[in-house]
Design a protein around this ligand. Structure first.
Ligand code: ATP
Ligand code: MG
Length: 387
């Protein structure tokens, strides 16, 4: 017998005339997330989306996948019943029997979204509850602390019966707010920043700077593995791997060591900006925080930011490291992020980095770099993978 999953979506239902657009993007994202589930149907009714799959096993698989789709508030496996009180009673009774044990307490909680249905919610509760009591002698009603709560949701064409709602990821469907270029290192922070950007509806393309042979194949593999996890939230995720060795060498040879990190990060932003233009992205997303390390002072951020007029979104500024770590564990990137590896940023780290650089200092330090040629070479040497 086919199984039905009811999907509730929150914020997007509020978006006025954009609502249909948002709903369609969500349905499309759901379809892609469920591509491995065969024989499914996805359809929309007013205020709810339904997914119909072949059997219970497929339903469990689908629920797990749907829990990662942004824009979904919660999901419930449901049973349907026609809009007829007597048939509703029978259906709920049959549904209830699966939970039965001697002396079990229950509560019926109904919601009438369809006001054309003549019976009001409190009356549905009484009628259906009464029918169960008539048919199952030792069952009892407990409205405060029931062992089983059965919900009935009366909608336009049918009513739905369920007893559990599983949380979704919330947020907005990926791609409704636009596209971002994510600076993805192999660390703990940037994958979390990616997830948070995706949660607010950004479609993310990752950009990783790779300094072979200073950083090994393992460092690259780590970023690829991170993308395998992140793609569950942003299907079709692209990863651009940009060569960065030449740039680091040039900085090392031509710039004052104290400003090395600042210049390196300005180069990263320049390449990200060029890629954003090419890929029609409108912001840069990073895992930067405030105050974590020397390069993350407000002064450095100002100097680094000065090379672009794109919005730079740093979702982690409101979080402590422990909160960031907790999210990375929850989304499944933590175990990959903590693998040891050489970071291209740490290899050329000077002994005394400037923590309060100025734009004038940075511009002066860059005088001997052929910036445009370096950016162009990195862009044209990029390798792109799709997940
Ligand atoms: P993370 O845990 O994400 O590595 P971090 O705390 O180590 O961050 P930094 O090393 O200062 O901080 O890097 C700050 C941000 O710069 C990263 O979150 C990431 O967005 C970007 N970044 C750093 N290294 C790279 C790289 N090799 N390729 C792409 N982006 C990078
Ligand atoms: Mg790092």
């Amino acid at each position: 017998m086919s199984e039905l999953i009811m999907v509730r979506y929150g914020e997007i239902a509020l978006k006025g005339k954009n609502r249909h657009f948002f709903e369609n993007v969500l349905i499309n994202n759901m379809r892609i997330a469920l591509k491995e589930i065969e024989a499914k149907k996805i359809y929309k009714t007013q205020g709810r989306i339904f997914v119909e799959v072949a059997d219970k096993h497929e339903s469990e698989k689908a629920m797990k996948l749907l829990q990662k789709v942004f824009g979904i508030v919660s999901i419930s496996p449901v049973e349907r019943t026609p809009l007829d009180l007597q048939r509703m009673k029978e259906k709920v009774l049959a549904y209830f029997r699966a939970f039965y044990r001697p002396g079990i307490s229950f509560k019926i909680e109904s919601r009438r979204a369809n006001k054309a249905f003549p019976t009001r919610s409190p009356e549905i509760n009484r009628e259906v509850g009464g029918y169960i009591l008539q048919n199952i002698a030792d069952a009892k009603v407990d409205v405060h602390n029931p062992e089983v709560k059965i919900n009935i949701e009366v909608r336009e064409d049918e009513a739905y019966i369920y007893s559990a709602a599983f949380p979704g990821s919330g947020g907005l469907p990926v791609s409704v707010t636009g596209k971002a270029i994510l600076l993805l290192s192999g660390g703990i922070d940037s994958p979390v920043a990616a997830w948070m950007g995706m949660k607010r509806g950004l479609k993310v393309e990752a950009l990783h700077f790779y300094s072979f042979p200073f950083t090994s194949e393992r460092a690259k593999q780590k970023v690829i593995d991170l993308c395998h996890v992140l793609k569950n939230y942003n299907h079709g995720l692209k990863l651009h791997i940009a060569p960065f060795t030449e740039i680091q060498k040039q900085i090392y040879q031509n710039c004052p060591p104290a400003l090395g990190i600042t210049i390196m990060r300005r180069m990263m932003f320049r390449i990200a900006q060029a890629l954003a233009k090419k890929q029609k992205a409108l912001c840069i997303l990073t895992g930067e925080s405030l105050g974590q390390v020397a390069s993350q002072t407000l002064e450095s951020m100002h100097v680094i930011n000065a090379i672009t007029n794109l919005p730079v979104i740093r979702p982690l500024v409101g979080l402590d490291k422990s909160e960031i770590t907790a999210i990375s564990k929850k989304i499944g990137t933590y175990e990959i992020s903590i693998r040891p590896y050489e970071d291209c940023c740490t290899i050329f780290v000077p002994k005394h980095p400037e923590t309060k650089p100025t734009i004038e200092q940075a511009e002066k330090a860059e005088e001997n770099l052929d910036i445009q040629t370096l950016v162009d070479a990195s862009i044209s040497g990029m390798e792109t993978l799709k997940f």
